[in-house]
Each structure stands twice: as C-alpha cells, then as structure tokens.
Design a protein around this ligand. Sequence first.
Ligand code: HEC
Ligand code: HEC
Ligand code: HEC
Ligand code: HEC
Ligand code: HEC
Ligand code: HEC
Ligand code: HEC
Length: 323
Amino acid sequence: MKFSLIKKCLYLLAIMLFTATSYTSIGQEAEKRIPDFAEENGLCFKCHGHKTYNYYNEWTEQNVRERMNPYFIVDSIEFYESNHWNFQCTDCHSMDYENFPHDGELRMEEKPGCLDCHGGDDTYADYHFEEIEDEFQRSVHSDKHSVDFTCWMCHNPHSYKISARTSENIKEVIVYDNNICLSCHADINKYQLISDQENPNILEKHDWLPNQQLHFANVRCIECHAKTNDSIMVAHLIQPKELAVKMCVECHSQNSILEASLYKFQARENRNKLGFFNPSLLENSYIIGANRNYYLNIISIFVYGFTLLVILIHAFLRIIIKK
Ligand code: HEC
Ligand code: HEC
Ligand code: HEC
Ligand code: HEC
Ligand code: HEC
Ligand code: HEC
Ligand code: HEC
C-alpha cells in the first residue's frame, strides 16, 4: 500500500517533469549553415554591404570613396539568414556586375520571378506556389494594377525568410508579417513606387478598432484583409477594403476565424510533432469569447496541483507513522 502510493507520486512527478522538458525541447534546433559562395559574394558585399565604398578611378588615377545609395545596401547577416542564403548574387543578377563601374544597361535586365524557379517543382509542393500566384493575381495589388507589383515587393529578395511556418513565437510572426505590409502602407516612398495616389494613413483608417495598438500586436493585417484559404498556409488574396473583416465576432467567438488563419500553423505543427491535435496548446493566447474554458483551465490546474500536494502529504505522513 505504502509503496504503491509512493510509486504513484513518483509517477505523477515524472509525468510533470517530462511534459515540462518536452515543452522546452521543441524549437531549440539552432543550426549552423556555411554558405557555399561566401567568398564570391564578398566581392559584392565589399561595396553593397557598407554605407561607403572605395574604387580606383583610372581617369584621375586616385582612390575614391563614395556613399552607397541606401536602397542598394544589402545586409549580409540578413542575407545569410534568408531562405535564399545559399545563393550567389550572380544567380539572380548578371555576371557582368562583377565589373565596376557596372554597365548602365544592366539595370534593364529582367529579374527572375518566384515561379521561374519554384513553379512545378515537387520539392516545394507543400507551399502551393501556383495557387499563391493565382491568389496574388486576383488581389488588390497584383501586377494587373501595376507591372511593378511583383512578389518581390513583399518578399525582399535579400532578406525574406519563411516565418509563420517555422517560428514558435506567434508574436514575432505577427510583427514580421505586418512589417511586410507596413513597408509600403507606412512608407510613402515605397508606396509611390506603385501608385501616385496619396498613401492613406493606416492608424486613422483603423480608428474604429478599439485598442488598436493591442490588436495590431495580436493579429496580422492579412487576418482581416486576405480571404481565408484552407489549402495554403498564408492566404494571399488581399481583397478590396469593403470586404475586410470589421465584425468583432469574427474573431471574438468560439469558432474564431483566427483558428483558420493565424493559429493554423500552431494547430498543424502540434499535430505533426505530438501526433495528435491538442487544442489546449493553442490557449497560450486568450481572446475574449474564443476560449471560453480559460478560467476553467486555470482552476483545474489548481485542483490538480492541490490533489497532488494532498497525496504527497498523505504518503509522507504514512511513512512517518509506520516508522
Ligand atoms: C566597387 C563597388 C561595387 C562592387 C564591387 C559591386 N557594386 Fe553593384 N553597385 C555599385 C554602385 C556604386 C551602384 C549604384 C550605381 C551604379 O549602378 O553603378 C551599384 C549598383 C548595383 C545594382 C543596381 C543597379 C540598378 O541600377 O538597378 C545591382 C543589382 C548591383 N550593383 C549588383 C552587384 C553585384 C551582384 C555585385 C557583385 C558581383 C556588385 N554589384 C559589385 C558598386 C559596386
Ligand atoms: C534570389 C534572387 C536574388 C539574389 C540571390 C540576390 N538578389 Fe539582388 N535583387 C533581386 C531582385 C529580384 C531585385 C529587384 C528587387 C525589386 O524589383 O524590388 C534585386 C535588386 C538588387 C539591388 C538593387 C536594389 C533595389 O532594390 O532595386 C541590388 C544593389 C542588389 N540586388 C544586390 C544584390 C547583392 C549584392 C546580392 C548578393 C549578396 C544579391 N543582390 C542577391 C534578386 C536577388
Ligand atoms: C533563382 C531561383 C529562385 C527564385 C527566383 C526564387 N527562389 Fe525560393 N528558393 C530557391 C532555391 C534553390 C531554394 C532552396 C534553398 C536552399 O538550399 O535552402 C529556395 C528556397 C525557398 C524557400 C524555402 C524552402 C524551404 O523549404 O526551405 C521559400 C519559402 C522560397 N524559396 C520562396 C521564394 C519566393 C516567395 C520567391 C519569390 C519572391 C522565391 N523563392 C524566388 C530558388 C529560387
Ligand atoms: C502583399 C504582400 C505579398 C505579396 C504581393 C506576396 N506575398 Fe507571399 N507572403 C506574404 C506574407 C505576409 C507571408 C507570410 C510570411 C511568413 O510569415 O512566413 C507570405 C508567405 C509566402 C510564402 C510562404 C508560405 C508558407 O507556406 O510558409 C510563399 C511560398 C509565398 N508567400 C509566395 C509568394 C509568391 C509566389 C508571390 C507572388 C505571386 C507572393 N508570395 C506575393 C505577403 C505577400
Ligand atoms: C481587425 C481587422 C483589421 C486589421 C487587423 C487591419 N485592417 Fe485594414 N481595414 C479593415 C477594415 C474593416 C477596413 C475598411 C475601413 C473602412 O471601411 O473605412 C480597412 C481598411 C484598410 C485600408 C484601406 C484604407 C483606405 O480607406 O483606403 C488599408 C490600406 C488597410 N486597411 C491596411 C491595413 C494594414 C497594412 C494592416 C496591418 C497593419 C491592417 N489594415 C490591419 C480591417 C482591418
Ligand atoms: C509595395 C507596396 C505595398 C505593399 C508591400 C503592400 N501594399 Fe497594400 N496597397 C499598395 C498600394 C499602392 C495600394 C493602392 C492600390 C490601388 O488602389 O491602386 C494598396 C492597397 C491596399 C488595400 C486597399 C484596397 C482598396 O480597396 O482600396 C489594402 C486593404 C491593402 N493594400 C492591404 C495590404 C496588406 C494587408 C499588405 C500586406 C500583406 C499590403 N497591402 C502590402 C501597396 C502595397
Ligand atoms: C482579426 C480578429 C479580431 C477582430 C476582427 C477584432 N478583434 Fe479584438 N482582439 C483580437 C485579439 C487577437 C486580441 C488580443 C487578445 C490578447 O490579449 O491576447 C483582441 C483584444 C481585444 C480587446 C482587449 C481585451 C483585453 O484583454 O484587454 C478588446 C476590448 C477587443 N479586442 C474588442 C474588439 C472589438 C470591439 C472589435 C470589433 C470592433 C474587435 N475586437 C475585433 C482579435 C480581433
């Protein structure tokens, strides 16, 4: 009797420890990657990695130092952390860029698009590039409106990396994804690459939303502006403003749209890693109305902990009394 009780306690403790450690071990898989073209790219970074660059002027026979156009600076750390980290600059840009001064005509060269490399490739079937392309074409942005609006406008060629699919930290994903939209909608210079119109002020346009700051830190722009799509991870069909989500209950309800958008990744990830779908893992964020059993959960943790304590005290007393 005494032994079985102690065993039970140890068993419970073991389970608690196990769940605690298995939580922390998920997501700590830092990897070191060594790029194949660090040396070749170094030739470009020599100038494009800095605010100033040097060259030898053969006409005046002098070394010259000049400022680099800030928009032409490529951050080498971001580049080597991006999805296309193992590329040579000249995989996407002409080999002729190795010469300086660059040939003026090079600026006319056509840049490769995502589908040129990823289209019809089974390695990336999971991403559904074709469907994303189709959604983009029907969105308010697409190159139907401006040939300058390409996928690169949102996916910075030198720093883009998948975030929502791989990140464990949903707040980071929200910031990353929203910054993509804000790179134009909060920056008139980039916005006007596409449009001569005045850039509507995002904060003013959303002042109907209470706690705006809190909302922008907890949901992505695409939650309200992109049409939900179950077959791709990140919906790309940005709809006209009239169709944006304005109803509070779309999120603040038991079957919140967020389950199909923002929390989609967590749901799938957890299912893959743990072999089953555990909605309680999603409840690290509390949205009024969407998680009705939140307090119940807290209470049950207390009840659970309290029971365990009683059992432990009970076992302890029995051991002492037996002696
Ligand atoms: C000696 C410094 C120097 C080196 C080395 C250099 N660049 Fe440049 N690059 C510049 C400057 C300055 C500009 C902007 C003025 C111009 O276009 O010449 C520029 C512009 C560019 C542009 C933008 C052209 C445009 O107008 O759209 C690209 C793309 C580019 N460089 C790629 C490269 C690549 C790729 C490499 C390496 C193979 C490289 N550069 C090496 C100095 C350099
Ligand atoms: C995966 C393809 C890809 C790789 C790799 C790549 N670039 Fe680019 N780069 C592009 C595209 C696409 C553009 C045009 C961006 C646009 O139109 O918005 C561009 C634009 C540029 C520009 C002009 C800046 C601008 O915004 O127009 C410079 C400078 C440049 N790249 C330098 C580099 C350097 C240096 C490297 C290597 C460290 C590099 N690129 C690697 C695709 C690439
Ligand atoms: C010049 C060809 C080329 C272009 C253009 C290109 N990619 Fe890639 N992309 C690749 C290759 C090759 C890889 C694999 C890199 C590696 O070895 O990890 C890759 C990797 C990726 C990955 C990560 C895949 C994974 O499972 O790790 C994503 C996401 C991605 N690309 C998205 C894009 C998007 C979005 C665009 C356009 C904005 C684009 N790519 C343009 C060739 C390209
Ligand atoms: C209006 C901005 C915008 C445009 C335009 C855009 N994307 Fe995206 N895309 C995003 C955002 C935001 C994400 C989410 C990034 C993240 O968290 O991984 C994303 C993610 C992706 C992903 C990764 C999805 C996954 O399953 O993990 C792919 C692939 C992709 N985009 C391809 C494309 C292609 C191809 C185009 C052009 C046809 C394109 N995108 C145009 C904003 C855009
Ligand atoms: C809670 C839902 C929600 C979120 C989050 C949200 N929006 Fe909106 N947005 C709307 C609605 C609804 C409208 C239409 C407002 C109206 O009818 O006046 C709108 C309007 C807009 C407009 C059109 C402005 C105009 O009148 O021309 C832009 C651009 C826009 N949003 C961009 C963004 C960006 C960028 C983000 C992320 C930083 C974002 N939105 C986040 C719901 C949202
Ligand atoms: C490269 C710049 C750029 C980026 C990045 C960008 N947008 Fe836009 N967006 C525009 C421009 C320009 C317009 C105006 C289009 C027009 O009406 O000509 C626009 C229009 C809109 C509209 C209003 C459509 C309407 O009905 O008036 C919404 C909503 C919107 N964008 C949301 C987003 C969201 C969400 C993201 C991020 C996923 C995003 N945008 C990223 C440039 C951008
Ligand atoms: C796109 C989904 C979405 C929409 C639409 C939305 N909300 Fe929210 N709301 C959230 C999220 C996510 C939070 C943050 C929850 C958290 O703190 O983790 C939040 C937080 C709040 C809070 C703050 C709760 C607190 O803990 O302080 C209030 C109040 C609120 N929303 C009211 C509204 C109202 C009123 C509307 C309609 C005008 C609305 N929301 C529309 C997703 C949404």
